[in-house]
Design a protein around this ligand. Structure first.
Ligand SMILES: [Zn+2]
Length: 563
């Protein structure tokens, strides 16, 4: 109820504020250093568009983070994964700023967070502080930059969302000062035959089109000979002036003979549609070559809202004997752009390179639920798990099942169930469903055990099997020894690991009282901060229990002294 009231309040404020869509002079930057980007808004990531900007922090952690405007903290989340330690501030103009991968919060917020963590006895928390309880002002110190959660190097992930719709918007629209006079770069151009009779350069399949850079900076592609309905795709990135990072484009426009037929941009998108990135890119190509081609045309299942213009879904119908000039413009938000010209000539040419769709026993009708049974395994794909119909390759042998391969994206979770009749009870206790990675190593997937069935829900096609983990986690001290005096120590550090199913939970006590330990999976480290609790005893008995995903657990005990 409380949350609903504050949302209504925000809505009213938003509607009555009457401000321009993306106010340019209201917000200050979140950091005091020159802003250099390691990632842009809308950048193509794995199964999602990047919802903010990544600001480089000089390879360091602990830089002060400032509130970009007056506001109140509406949400704090601390997680081992994703955003790590993250702070959300609602501003009176209807926008919420988000700061993620933080090392720690400002003292006032840190105290609030620690209280919550001790109350809930969990490092991972998510709280929505009462509206106005944690007020901040423009320039207030709110946190320190870090590398927590799914971050692979120190940086600040920064977002500006609409407080009402929670849609992330492009933070560069608010007038942040980023040095950028660098044009986007084209890496690859691809043409796609799309209609049944379509042929491009004697191929019924995707073809790569060579291009060269002209003296004036534009790119000119070699002439494309085609018939039928075709489309283009580009691999491209944008760079700013002060770093080599290959960031995402802001906007793409495609013209045919001077007429705009398709365009999309990254002013904003919704989290609900972010996974549809797999319909914008050539997913199959990405799964093979790790490079993302952005299609200038729209295919089945693509419900993305990022398009401006869209004529004939961005597809080009090529008629015999006619010539076309296709122009693709790649743009960044600073106004730099790169032009690509593709001459297309309509020819009646037969395909040498033919499309052959491998037929299998099983067929997916994307719009309907699909059920399959393969030996011990049952598969259930809800309607619209996939974007289009296809022959699915399903194989089972013993307790291994192969569900096609990762060249096809799944939009929704599907269910995979193993019948476990015939296994020893003792085996089943420490067994789990594993997905085999490229190197055939088993990776734990969350396994629900009920009766004689193991079930998992997943969006990854590939090979699954039953694996067993009988080895409990390992725990060892990192910065202290048993019976040591630790009077001047600020931290207590332990290393924890699990060989196969992975760490599920951990719990630590000092002299029988629960203590907060921060787990950093990237360094396998558990850390206790001595500031958290005043110890009233000289001798401290530490007890740490770590449990893996199938329930094996290890208990570590040690004692030390402190004045
Ligand atoms: Zn980021």
């Amino acid at each position: 109820m409380k949350k609903r009231i504050s949302l209504l309040f925000l809505l009213i404020m938003h509607l009555t504020s009457g401000q321009e869509k993306f106010p340019k002079d209201v917000f200050r930057p979140p950091l005091d250093i020159p802003l250099i980007l390691a990632g842009t808004f809308g950048e193509l990531r794995s199964n999602h568009f990047h919802s903010g900007i990544d600001i480089k922090t000089q390879q360091r952690q602990g830089l002060p983070v400032y509130a970009i405007g007056d506001g109140t903290v509406t949400r704090i989340k601390v997680s081992h994964w994703g955003y790590g330690k993250a702070l959300y501030i609602a501003h009176p103009n209807g926008y919420t700023s988000v700061y993620a991968h933080l090392q720690k919060f400002s003292p006032e917020i840190e105290e609030y967070v620690k209280q919550t963590q001790y109350h809930k006895r969990s490092y991972e928390i998510e709280v929505f502080p009462e509206y106005g309880k944690l007020k901040v002002y423009k320039d207030s110190l709110i946190a320190y930059t870090g590398n927590t959660g799914g971050s692979s190097g120190p940086h600040l992930h920064f977002e500006i969302r609409s407080s009402v719709t929670e849609k992330p918007t492009n933070p560069l629209l608010y007038g942040l000062d980023i040095r950028d006079a660098t044009n986007p770069t084209l890496q690859g151009l691809y043409a796609y035959p799309l209609s049944e009779e379509a042929v491009v350069n004697q191929s019924e399949l995707r073809v790569q089109i060579p291009f060269s850079r002209q003296p004036d900076g534009t790119y000119l592609a070699e002439e494309v000979k085609a018939k039928g309905t075709i489309g283009f795709g580009v691999a491209a990135y944008d760079r700013q002036d002060l770093a080599a990072n290959q960031n995402g484009l802001y906007k793409l426009e495609q013209k045919v003979n001077g007429t705009l037929i398709s365009s999309f941009d990254f002013d904003s998108f919704s989290f609900g549609e972010t996974r549809l990135i797999n319909t914008l890119i050539d997913y199959e190509y990405m799964s093979k070559y790790r490079r993302r081609i952005q299609k200038c045309f729209k295919t089945e299942g693509n419900k993305l809202s990022i398009y401006g213009e869209l004529k004939n879904d961005g597809k080009i119908t090529v008629k015999e004997g006619l010539n076309y000039t296709v122009e693709i413009d790649l743009k960044d938000l600073a106004g730099n752009s790169t032009r690509l010209i593709i001459p297309v000539s309509g020819r009646r040419e037969d395909a040498v390179n033919k499309m052959e769709i491998p037929k299998t026993e099983h067929y997916i009708v994307a719009g309907k639920p699909n059920n399959f049974e393969l030996g011990k395994v049952k598969l259930y794909f809800p309607a619209n798990t996939f974007y289009s119909d296809f022959y699915i390759d399903l194989r089972a042998s013993g307790d291994t099942v192969t569900v096609h391969n990762n060249s096809v994206p799944a939009h929704k979770n599907f269910t995979l169930s193993f019948n476990t009749d015939g296994y020893e009870e003792s085996f089943l206790q420490t067994a789990f469903i594993a997905r085999l990675d490229d190197k055939l190593r088993p990776n734990y997937t969350k396994t629900y055990k009920r009766g004689n069935t193991f079930t998992t829900r997943t969006r990854s096609l590939g090979t699954y099997t039953i694996a067993q983990d009988t080895i409990p986690p390992k725990i060892r001290s990192k910065n202290f020894k048993s019976k040591q005096w630790l009077t001047n120590y600020r931290y207590l550090s332990l290393l924890i690991s699990d060989d196969l199913s992975g760490i599920n939970s951990y719990e630590a006590t000092l002299n029988g009282e629960w203590i907060l330990m921060e787990y950093e999976p990237k360094t396998s480290t558990l850390t206790y901060n001595f500031d958290d609790k005043i110890l009233d005893k000289k001798q401290c008995n530490l007890r740490v229990v770590v449990t893996d995903n199938v329930g094996n657990s290890t208990t570590f005990t040690s004692s030390f002294y402190r004045k």
